[in-house]
Design a protein around this ligand. Structure first.
Ligand code: SF4
Length: 505
């Protein structure tokens, strides 16, 4: 079995996915592609087609069997083709299909991948920060580059990404990953490649760990069954793979039941002894506080089975409470809805500011109307609730895009006012729930709220919006509106529940 770019990508997303794809119970894998994943894929294909169309003459290797395409790619490079599209490179157990292979002036080739994201992570022009390479882009370019070198068509250690803005970004694969990771991208790639080889050959096995990417994974139900049956530690909110693996390796603890019996003081003494003996790896990055927190979460989830607030929770006493949520499509950085569920004495209503077209005029107009609404409210007589930092981050980006609508200082002041409350922050810091996830959906559903839509999700809202752009079907727009309104109402339900929970503390 070949090591491919998609296996390297999967490993970075979830190391278990690589093993499960080969050896997992096939009958438990969901066959249909998640509609959001499909949307991302379609957008990627369209972006790639657009880029390739603009490149002029390319030698197209996108059809045929891998073997045929490999032979033709080698021939094309031998005869000095300038640009090869979807060529196949194979060497021993490695197989790579770079989107493009470009001939350099010295006659060698450089791999180029076309991506529908930014070329670097964390690009922030205003801060003068140029961002840093993305792990999954870097390892894919390393694979292509290794193949080119082994086949005798490259002498350099670099690759390029053409990103969503059609910028070409160069990846120096011999550079260090970062100041705190003194490993080069090549060394990182080599270690990932080795682990992928072990997993696909079943020389090594790892176990599922509940994490952020699981919801979009076709193995979700299958892995969920495993977590539950095995009483795995990643069932506990905020316990991830590395925490779980450290606890299992250093303390031989595998289940939540054993974990709940842990004597934290003893463990911390043991850590001190190990440290003095020169073993700094023992419970690396796990301190007393995080251990205690995880154990108390496990108790709430598996023993008391009731939510708890660790302190009284006070909220502003004002005439108008606004529960606020936005809908945006990160694949095209577009905010299409700002929804507010307004609760005033004797009156509740849903208000929305929607961009019904994919244009900056429509996006700016919806945002402007949102601010006009906010500015018309009597200052200090309203509070605004939301559930994550997403709204704040997105509004700062919108401000950069539309500086004439509102200043950055005003956006900051809006979120910094004491009456602007991120409920997720309160939930995380001051409460615990008998749940693996503290998402708005999980909490509100636990409290008894139900969405009108049978399959509510932010990812589906994006899919519906993209459908609406194509067919302008009012029913679809209404579905998005209902979904957004229900998200706002769910925020209200959670706030009210927190008030009751806090009063019992
Ligand atoms: S469901 Fe989660 S743990 Fe399981 S393979 Fe997918 S991403 Fe990995």
């Amino acid at each position: 079995m070949y090591v491919t770019a998609s296996k390297l990508y999967d490993f970075i997303q979830c190391p278990h996915r690589v093993w499960r794809d080969v050896y997992g119970p096939k009958e438990e894998k969901v066959k249909e592609t998640n509609p959001f994943v499909e949307l991302l894929w379609e957008k990627g294909v369209l972006h790639e087609e657009r880029i390739v169309r603009g490149l002029g003459k390319v030698v197209d290797m996108s059809t045929g069997s891998h073997e045929e395409r490999f032979a033709a790619t080698i021939e094309a490079m031998k005869s000095g083709a300038q640009l090869i599209y979807q060529g196949v490179l194979i060497y021993e157990n490695l197989l790579g299909i770079p989107d493009l292979l470009r001939k350099l002036p010295d006659g060698t080739y450089i791999p180029i991948d076309i991506k529908s994201g930014m070329g670097f992570a964390g690009v922030d022009e205003e801060a003068g920060d140029e961002g840093k390479p993305k792990k999954h882009y870097a390892v894919q370019l390393c694979l292509y580059n290794e193949l080119l070198k082994r086949l005798g068509f490259a002498i350099h250690d670099s690759g390029k990404i053409i990103d969503i803005q059609q910028e070409e970004v160069t990846y120096d694969l011999n550079s260090e990953m970062g100041p705190r990771t003194p490993m080069t991208w090549w060394e990182y790639y080599e270690s990932i490649k080795k682990q992928v080889e072990f997993l696909i050959n079943d020389h090594e096995r790892n176990t599922p760990a509940l994490c952020g990417v699981c919801k979009l994974c076709p193995w979700y139900n299958s892995c969920k069954k495993w977590w539950e049956e095995n009483r795995d530690l990643t069932n506990i909110f905020y316990v991830g793979r590395s925490f779980r693996d450290r606890i299992t390796e250093d303390l031989m603890i595998k289940t939540v039941d054993e974990f709940m019996e842990l004597d934290v003081e003893d463990v911390m003494k043991q850590k001190e002894i190990e440290k003095k003996a020169g073993n700094k790896e023992f419970l690396y990055r796990i301190g007393e506080k995080s251990l205690k927190k995880a154990i108390s979460r496990a108790h709430v989830q598996y023993k008391t089975k009731k939510p708890i607030a660790y302190e009284q929770l006070d909220f502003p006493d004002v005439s108008h409470e606004l529960f606020f949520d936005i809908e945006d499509d990160p694949t095209q950085e577009f905010v299409y809805m700002h929804g507010v569920y307004e609760r005033s004495p004797g009156k509740e209503q849903f208000i929305h500011f929607t961009a019904e077209e994919l244009s900056s005029t429509a996006e700016a107009d919806a945002w402007k109307r949102f601010w006009e609404y906010i500015q018309a409210l009597r200052k200090d007589d309203y509070s605004i609730y939301f559930f994550s930092k997403h709204e704040r981050t997105t509004y700062k980006r919108l401000q950069k895009q539309y500086p004439n609508i509102i200043s950055l200082e005003e956006v900051e002041a809006f979120f910094d006012q004491t009456n602007a409350i991120d409920l997720y922050e309160i939930v995380q810091k001051c409460t615990d729930w008998p749940l693996s996830s503290y998402s708005l959906k999980a909490l509100a559903t636990y409290i008894g709220f139900s969405w009108r839509d049978e399959t509510p999700s932010g990812a589906l809202s994006i899919q519906w919006f993209n459908e609406y752009l194509k067919n302008k079907d009012a029913k679809i727009l209404n579905r998005i509106l209902e979904y957004n309104e229900d998200d706002c109402k769910a925020t209200m339900i959670v706030k009210d529940y927190l008030v009751r929970l806090g009063s019992q503390s």
